[in-house]
Ligand binder design. Sequence first.
Ligand SMILES: Cc1cc2nc3c(=O)[nH]c(=O)nc-3n(C[C@H](O)[C@H](O)[C@H](O)COP(=O)(O)OP(=O)(O)OC[C@H]3O[C@@H](n4cnc5c(N)ncnc54)[C@H](O)[C@@H]3O)c2cc1C
Length: 568
Amino acid sequence: MNALPKTVDVLIVGGGSAGCVMAHRLSADPRRRVLLVEAGIDTPPGRVPAEILDSYPMPLFHGDTYIWPGLDAAVTRDSRGRMRRRAYEQGRVMGGSSSINVQAANRGLPRDYEAWAALGAEGWAWDDVLPYFRRLETDLDCGGPLHGHDGPLPIRRILEPAWPPFAHAVARAFDATGLPRRVDQNGEFEDGIFPPAFSNRDDARVSAAAAYLDVGTRARPNLTIAAGLEVRSLVMDGRRATGAVLRRGDGSEQQVRAASVVLCAGALQSPVLLLRAGIGPGDALSACGIPVRLDRSGVGENLRDHPALTMAQVLPRPLRLPETFRRASLLALRYSSGHPEGCASDMYLTASARAGWHALGGRLALYFLWVNQPHSVGRLRLDPANPSGPPDIDLGLLSDRRDLERLASGIRLLSDLVVSPTLNPRSDDLFPANYSPLIRRLSAVSPRNRRLTGLLAPVFDAPAMLRAPLLRAVLGGHAWATVLQDDGALDDFVRDNVFGVWHASGTCRMGRADDPGAVVDPGGRVIGTDNLSVADASVMPRLPSANTNVPTLMIAEKIAERMMVEMG
Ligand SMILES: Cc1cc2nc3c(=O)[nH]c(=O)nc-3n(C[C@H](O)[C@H](O)[C@H](O)COP(=O)(O)OP(=O)(O)OC[C@H]3O[C@@H](n4cnc5c(N)ncnc54)[C@H](O)[C@@H]3O)c2cc1C
């Protein structure tokens, strides 16, 4: 790291998906002094930890090295009316969540961005955002006018000729939907069965840090990359951001001055920094003893994630993936629920041939089912008892009943599809894979867990009659088939097991400057401030029908261009 400058032209807070794009684009002009501050460790080219490079990502979720500490969230009320809480993982490392995520590289559908524009994000309709989707990628499989060929992020798929037996079995099972097999989920916008696109080259993850903070970018003398430093607060002069207070690991603090500040701290941290600076709902700020600088009711509201259920299924030996085949997420199904208040392509299902890095996980398939167009909304606030501590997060995942109904019918469909002769015909071998504290502990990579799971794994090789009672115990004594037949039991099951897919977004929603609920205008400027912007997943007005990394990169590309034009 170069010495920390005292004054810069642009301070970028957070070196995640969006922050890496910003640093790369804004420092392209050598006259502009740019400082990128990231709380986690740096991952420079040639020194990226092997577990980050791995195409199989799950071990990263369960360690604590690259995860923001202390973040947990209220999920929804369970079947007994108690609020369920769970840890909510977010990346804290250069590249942010793109360094720990599942690498899915999905743009969403044109209608998602038409909806953004209709909600007041003028200039963000599909034709407006497509050039930025093209700019950010090099698609290694698909061409034509929808795709980019020289962008920083390589995107690829595991196509049918390279499929292992599991992928063929899933595709045959999914064929029962009658939907066609397709190749390009980023260029074919109808329902279908797809090989999921992912951000990866030569079987190695390409995070936003790897893509955008390459050797050439890092050599720019006008760019300082400071890792292991947390921005504790913004320094404001009236409605102008003049810099920030940075804290090192040893607790010492330093101030940096900036002509312009852009928040790229993610949907669970960017609103926190605004709130601590007195920008947010007046009542909530007063309750925390924070003087109100700018009363903006939308800060921390509109928190969205895709409500999801995760199921595991015992895999027959011939369908298990060899440990050397690292990419395990092999098929995706985009389909329409048919719910009277749903819309086309409102559901998504992925199939992975491995449920964990260890011997148990290697014997299980993992299915993620989520509502691709959810209605439920949550919110984030500061904790009045400890405003400088972790935020109070309520995901509100089933706050809208339509999401529960679509998950319930979706899990029936999932079950119909995968409890099949091509995969495994026993309904007792399908069970919920929620990450209980025990499973989380067992999933931390360690020689002890390797030994322990090695001892437990033969359960899955035992005759079905022996393993069925054990798996039934996971379902609270019920057989899966009886849960599916009982509407009430199925609703309870959804309430007790729903979680998100880490697509937190929307907490600094973009909208018209005269929209009292909007936080940033369509240029990403915090409404009512002079030189403060947000350019990450927080600004999404609604979730796209997709994972959120590539849409976040697109957002950062577009707002970076606006800033470059304005700064001259
Ligand atoms: C476990 C997991 C799996 C996911 N899987 C997928 C997937 O497969 N495909 C997909 O498209 N999306 C996936 N996502 C979501 C996607 O990765 C995120 O939506 C996207 O990375 C968000 O980008 P961002 O820039 O908004 O935030 P982030 O990438 O999270 O970056 C925020 C950065 O800011 C830093 N930061 C925060 N506060 C401060 C501060 N005060 N001072 C200094 N630094 C700070 C953080 O350490 C972090 O590095 C996943 C996310 C997670 C967590």
